[in-house]
Design a protein around this ligand. Structure first.
Ligand SMILES: [Fe+2]
Length: 331
């Protein structure tokens, strides 16, 4: 199935040119996003040329998938480190491994709701202000959102629980020229808890949003620091308001842009198996966590390592600006 040592022919390896590293293949799975990489054992020694090929594939296809891997926590971190510096979260979920601060584990589907004293259904009801709400990049309210995420499936339900990603560079390119020119100069406020409807009479999550808010102003169109592509930096989860627009103008434009971003042609959906690994560029994609497996009654345990990112820059060269939280070391 996999090889510990890919034989390398020594030639150049432009993006997607899988044939240059023998035994390793990059197979696109959707028109604009997603590729499966085969013939590589992520737990084994990996030649620099294999790493370069994977990096090129992530930049080209935005998310890449590996199946049948046998990574443990240390191997997962070691693999991620070949591409950048792992993020160390000051607070992690209760299932995260204490000896591996680079890893965050999600295990209990009620975990987050329970932390705030709610059943999952109420929690979701209070959070889902739009149908596009679930789409997000990881930690996008920070001034320096993570550059990439490496997510590994430990235990997955027999059906349900797929993840979907959308290519924000393709979504930008698919806008009409006048709209591209219009959005190029705009900026938007990203914050935690957009649209959340608090419980009357005191709500611990609303309290946390006040006490531990993390918010930034990011360009609405980000220039990707590695590819130079323009990226439509929107999502339904964190984006509160387009700066300088009225609230109705902002709401209408954001709805149009998020719908554009998640058009089926810009997405790819992945069916997880134990040992599957997805590695995505968190700067040029958004993803949708699944919500179709909670009734299945089977655990879904996933381990994540994120890589540190830089401060986004707009088409006009202006960087993002922090509003609150990052300076206090919050995530
Ligand atoms: Fe996520």
């Amino acid at each position: 199935m996999t090889t510990d040592r890919a034989t390398v022919d020594g030639s150049e390896h432009p993006a997607g040119a899988a044939e240059n590293v023998s035994g390793v293949e990059v197979k696109p799975v959707a028109g604009h996003i997603g590729a499966e990489i085969t013939g590589v054992d992520l737990a084994g020694p990996l030649d620099d040329k294999v790493i370069a090929l994977i990096r090129d594939a992530v930049l080209r296809w935005k998310v890449v998938f590996f199946r049948g891997q046998r990574l443990d926590h240390a191997g997962h971190i070691a693999f991620a480190r070949r591409f950048g510096e792992p993020v160390l979260l000051p607070r992690r979920g209760p299932h995260s491994p204490p000896d591996f601060p680079e890893i965050e584990t999600t295990a209990d589907r009620l975990e987050l709701a329970g932390r705030y004293g709610m059943e999952r259904d109420e929690w979701l009801h209070r959070r889902r202000h739009t149908l596009l709400r679930g789409w997000h990049c990881d930690y996008g309210t920070r001034i320096d959102p993570p550059a990439a995420t490496v997510l590994r499936a430990d235990t997955v339900p027999p059906y349900g629980g797929d993840t979907t990603w959308a290519n924000l560079a393709a979504a930008y390119a698919g806008l009409s020229a006048p709209v591209r020119a219009f959005v190029d100069g705009l900026r938007a406020e990203h914050r935690l808890g957009v649209g959340y409807q608090p419980r009357p009479g005191g709500d611990p999550y609303a309290r946390r949003l006040l006490d531990e808010q993390v918010a930034s102003v990011h360009p609405l169109v980000r220039v990707h620091p590695e590819t130079g592509e323009r990226v439509l930096f929107v999502n339904g989860y964190y984006v509160e308001q387009i700066v300088d627009l009225s609230r109705p103008e902002s709401a209408a434009l954001l709805e149009m842009l998020v719908e554009q971003a998640v058009r089926q042609e810009y997405t790819v959906r992945f069916r997880w198996e134990p040992g599957s690994v997805a590695f995505w560029d968190n700067r040029s994609t958004i993803h949708l966590a699944p919500s179709d497996h909670t009734h299945v009654g089977a655990p879904r345990i996933m381990h994540r390592v994120m890589l540190q990112g830089d401060v986004p820059v707009g088409v006009d060269g202006r960087p993002s600006e922090p509003i609150i939280g990052t300076e206090a070391g919050r995530w």
